[in-house]
Design a protein around this ligand. Structure first.
Ligand SMILES: [Fe+2]
Length: 201
């Protein structure tokens, strides 16, 4: 297509930016100065997939049904994170924010509230992925990441999984795990895209 690109509708509910390195409250946005956003295509190059779905009608949503069928997401439950509903809230929030990986995908569909999923890029920089109501993301197996609520202090997320869920976090470093090696094999190198074109120019 020629002309100005249309705005990606997903970006109304999912935004990604590079984080600053201040150790202020983890619930703050932590933008760099100036702000440095990433496109959802750039996230996809790291293996992070994203959709925008109709969160008010997740029970009957055909698009969600199709994604679940195509990707084999047979398991589903909900996780609500806020001070009133989560026992040992402060401790849990700290644990979620420990950098870790999983041996399977982490699939989260925000049906209410919002939160930050931080992922590492290829140069070990933190990318903050803000997911709001209607945003669904898949973090690939083996990517180092962490989670925090934002300053609104509330998220209700649908958790999906292929088969019986395994939520085990492996805190960094766990570079010897096959899932980590496979992640680096698949997504650790610069993909064919703008960067490769720039390098060849
Ligand atoms: Fe995780």
């Amino acid at each position: 297509m020629v002309g100005a690109p249309e705005k990606d509708p997903r970006e109304e509910v999912i935004q990604a930016w590079y984080m600053d390195d201040s150790d202020e409250d983890q619930r703050l946005p932590h933008h760099r100065e100036p702000k440095q956003f990433l496109s959802l295509e750039q996230l996809a190059e790291l293996g992070v997939l994203s959709w925008r779905l109709d969160a008010d009608n997740y029970e009957t949503d055909e698009e969600l049904k199709k994604i679940r069928e195509e990707r084999g997401y047979s398991y589903m439950d909900f996780c609500e994170v806020c001070p009133e509903k989560l026992p040992n809230y402060e401790e849990k929030i700290k644990n979620f924010f420990e950098e870790h990986l999983h041996t399977d995908e982490e699939i989260r569909y925000c049906v209410a509230g919002s939160g930050y999923f931080d992922v590492r890029d290829r140069n070990d920089q933190w990318i903050r992925v803000w997911v709001k109501k209607g945003g669904m993301i898949v973090l690939p197996a083996g990517i180092y990441h962490r989670f925090t609520l934002d300053s609104d202090n509330y998220i209700k997320a649908m958790r999906l999984f292929v088969g019986d869920p395994i939520w085990t976090p492996f805190n960094r470093p766990h570079d010897h795990l096959p899932a980590r090696k496979e992640y680096l094999e698949t997504f650790g190198k610069t993909q064919v895209g703008n960067h490769a074109v720039d390098a060849a120019a």
